[in-house]
Ligand binder design. Sequence first.
Ligand SMILES: [Zn+2]
Length: 113
Amino acid sequence: MHEMALCESILGILREQAGRDDFSKVERVCLEVGPLSGVETDALRFGFDVVMRGSLAEGATLDIVTPPATAWCWPCSETVAISERFDPCPECGSHQLQVTSGEEMRIKELEVS
Ligand SMILES: [Zn+2]
């Protein structure tokens, strides 16, 4: 499962930060998951609990926020918000869009102790 691997890499980042910033417990992780990233948030939550078990982030709260995706509309010559990859432009209905954000996943906030 793709989301398991993502959780493993999140744990890697947490361990690295714990070593650098000198904390031993993670209380809350806020993840920003782009709507076009293809990540299943339910699977991510499940994977998170499994992967964090026995680690510094065991029992940590996982918050997932999904920012709107954006795309450049050629006919409008401006950036518009979309919710799906193949959405038409909400302004002019054109499909000549180039996705500019919404595919990324990153740790937005960490609460540690
Ligand atoms: Zn447009």
